[in-house]
Design a protein around this ligand. Structure first.
Ligand code: ADP
Length: 421
């Protein structure tokens, strides 16, 4: 309204007070469209752009309001169809005269426009929702497709095909990383399944030998009548093999326990020097029987926190081996040394030694460097695996130093702090 008024004012100045020409020019410049424009002077209509339309009926009140107001006076008037019109009246002072500029916009257009807009919304909003919904569904399905594929692959992997892996399409995105993590997990599972399979296979193989000896002896003894000496001989063999069997089962149980991490150590405090001495004493009988001298270097009192029966088992295993693999006339020694924060138990012998290529595998389950000798002496092939596990369960380590033909030294180092309970 103000722009129209300003323009009208300057047009009037230009046309030298010709209101009709000025109004026509203003209209042309502004292209007012369906806006009705009229100029009044003292309540008298001077000019209007739509003279044939229902006359712009400006009520008296509108003029008064415009006179009082500092800007355009707005109101709604009848006479423009059902909806009437929005009217703005503004006083325009040009020269000495006070003109009134009235602008009216019929409301029916606006209502129609609103209706059209409403129709558009009625159609467009459900349409847009539909497009967004379908698009979202397709997008979600497309982006989740790799997850579905991965789920399917993972579902098809069981204990029987643990070597299979999930497909990694892009190792840098989240799904790729997830697949890699799952694959690593599968690898670990696969390895532990494999070692379990190996252990079971080895164990049944190991158990089969003494069992078939026992069966064979019994069958031979029972096949015909024999004298007492022969029966005794057979029974002695059966007894030997039965002993070997119980020792193997014992060792297997110990290792099964080692694998079951849930079952912790029975940690207590004891004198390690007393325990070592005890073990040496009980091995003395074996050593004497083989004409081997066994010595124990005296040690000061060392208190140790750990699983006493497991530590005993470890030392006995090392001593048994030392005696087993040392020929008559040889020498076995046990030494316990205490350092700042650890203790060392060294079992040395002057026996057959261990060939260099076997030293790496000596702690493996069922591994034997000298199969014939190990068997004839009732070894289970598990003694060193157990010793290694016991040392490691106490956060320690076991180390082998050996020269074939000259002897071996097994050294266990145990920290004096708390073990893995
Ligand atoms: P085994 O019941 O056969 O003795 P171990 O696990 O105790 O089983 O030992 C594994 C193998 O290591 C033995 O078969 C033997 O070949 C070798 N070995 C262990 N201790 C000694 C040792 N002190 N001297 C020579 N060889 C040894």
């Amino acid at each position: 309204t103000e722009t129209t008024a300003n323009l009208l004012r300057s047009e009037m100045e230009e046309s030298g007070g010709d209101v009709t020409a000025a109004a026509a020019e203003t209209q042309k410049v502004l292209s007012l469209g369906d806006v009705h424009m009229a100029v009044f002077l003292g309540g008298r209509l001077l000019t209007a752009n739509y003279p044939n339309e229902p006359t712009l009926n400006v009520p008296e009140a509108a003029f008064r309001a415009a006179e009082a107001a500092n800007g355009p006076a707005l109101s709604t008037v009848d006479g423009y169809g059902e909806e009437g019109a929005r009217l703005a009246v503004l006083r325009v002072s040009a020269g000495e005269a006070d003109y009134f500029l009235a602008l009216a916009q019929p409301l029916h257009n606006t209502v129609e426009e609103l209706e059209v807009l409403g129709r558009i919304f009625y159609l467009a909003i459900p349409g847009a929702l539909l497009v967004a919904g379908v698009g979202g569904l397709l997008l979600a399905r497309k982006s989740l497709a790799p997850v579905a594929a991965m789920t399917e692959q993972a579902e098809s992997i069981s204990a029987r095909n643990l070597h299979e892996r999930l497909e990694v399409t892009n190792s840098r995105d989240e799904l790729g990383r997830l697949a890699t993590v799952l694959n690593n997990l599968l690898s670990r599972l696969d390895r532990s399944f494999e070692s379990l399979r190996q252990f079971t296979a080895d164990a049944s193989h190991e158990l089969r030998t003494p069992l078939s000896i026992i069966r064979g002896e019994a069958e031979v003894a029972l096949s015909q009548k024999r004298d007492e000496a022969e029966y005794r001989e057979s029974l002695a063999i059966v007894q030997d093999e039965a002993r070997r069997l119980s020792r193997m089962v014992d060792d297997m149980l110990a290792l099964a326990r080692a694998d079951d991490r849930q079952q912790g150590l029975k940690v207590e405090e004891f004198y390690l020097n007393d325990l070592v001495e005890d073990c040496a004493k009980s091995s003395q009988v074996l050593a004497l029987a083989k004409a081997i001298s066994l010595t124990l270097d005296p040690a000061t009192d060392i208190t140790f926190r750990g699983d006493e029966s497991l530590i005993r088992r470890m030392i006995v295993n090392l001593l048994d081996n030392a005696i087993k693999y040392t020929p008559a006339g040889g020498h076995v020694s046990v030494k316990l040394t205490s350092r700042d924060s650890s203790v060392e138990i060294a079992v040395a012998d002057t026996g057959i030694g261990i060939p260099a290529d076997a030293t790496a595998r000596i702690f493996e389950r069922f591994y034997r460097a000298d199969r014939a000798r190990s068997r004839s002496d009732g070894g289970s092939g598990l003694g060193l695996s157990i010793a290694k596990w016991v040392a490691e369960a106490h956060n320690g380590s076991i180390h082998l130093d050996s020269r074939p033909g000259a002897g071996s030294t097994f050294t266990v180092r145990l920290p004096l702090n708390k073990p893995n309970a």
